[in-house]
Design a protein around this ligand. Structure first.
Ligand SMILES: Nc1ncnc2c1ncn2[C@@H]1O[C@H](COP(=O)(O)OP(=O)(O)OP(=O)(O)O)[C@@H](O)[C@H]1O
Length: 243
């Protein structure tokens, strides 16, 4: 479980996150949505252990977080790939740095490339790939480490509408097959409703609304009217909170 209690994060004298409380259960997905500048990315970095809070606490699996965790994967907006390494090496690199043997690396990287449909791109450089393919490689880089918690910042914001949906489908599939907790930050209401079991609305550095998503995980969700009704409900909440 992720348990955030009274979190304050400052940049200099400016508070980016203020008195924020959040609970995310194990194997749950949580989508964080809110206007630009409300502190979503800052919260994600704090959950990754990359930013130290001024006060309050973050507990993950009962342990107070005071540095990065091996079992937390973080996927950033710009994908964070190593441009001079091929896809295969991009996935192998985090395992090498953890001292894994060659054969185990081969098996693990092979499995993840297979799962993400990336085998045919194994020998390519990131610059030779489309945005959606690069995003899949970024997901792969996190998955090889078998995270129990995956943090994603704007998973699909730079992608066209169709590729966006493919990536969202893939993220849901990855979540289901890998038994992890998923926290994602998004500007996109449909993405929040598609991927968030719990939808958390932020405003000015704090959580103003938490919604349980009634349609999360339904089959063929995008062809179901209740999906769009839930999107409208989230839109109403965002409008109310911004007025
Ligand atoms: N490195 C930094 N130094 C100083 N202020 C920062 C820094 N990063 C973010 N901020 C400020 O902290 C606040 C929260 O920023 P943050 O990036 O967390 O918001 P966000 O909700 O993720 O925004 P967006 O949706 O536009 O990405 C903003 O007012 C921003 O200007």
């Amino acid at each position: 479980m992720i348990d955030v209690d009274g979190l304050d994060v400052y940049y200099g004298s400016e508070a980016a996150v203020k008195g924020l409380d959040l609970l995310v259960q194990d194997h749950e997905t949580c989508a964080i949505i809110g206007p630009s500048g409300c502190g979503k990315t800052t919260l994600l970095y704090a959950l990754a252990g990359l930013i130290k809070p001024a006060s309050g606490s973050i507990r993950i699996g009962g342990e107070v977080l005071n540095k990065t965790r091996k079992k937390t994967g973080l996927i950033l907006q710009n994908y964070g790939l190593l441009p001079w390494k091929r896809v295969w090496e991009n996935l192998a690199f985090p395992l090498k740095t953890r001292g894994m043997g060659k054969n185990d690396i081969k098996t693990n990287v092979g499995k993840v490339l297979e799962q993400l449909g990336l085998m045919e791109f194994a020998e390519k450089f990131p610059s030779e790939l489309s945005g959606g393919q690069q995003q899949r490689v970024a997901i792969g880089r996190s998955l090889v480490l078998q995270p129990d918690l995956l943090l994603m910042d704007e998973a699909s914001s730079a992608l066209d509408a169709i590729t966006k949906e493919h990536i969202q489908n893939l993220v849901l599939d990855v979540f289901r097959k890998n038994r992890m907790t998923l926290v994602l930050v998004t500007h996109n209401i449909e993405e929040a409703v598609f991927l968030g079991q719990k939808i958390v609305v932020m405003k000015q550095g704090t959580v103003v609304r938490t919604m349980e998503n009634p349609v999360f995980g339904l089959d063929d969700l995008r062809n179901n009217m209740s999906f769009y009704e839930t999107c409208l409900e989230v839109r109403r909440v965002l409008d109310e909170e911004s007025s």
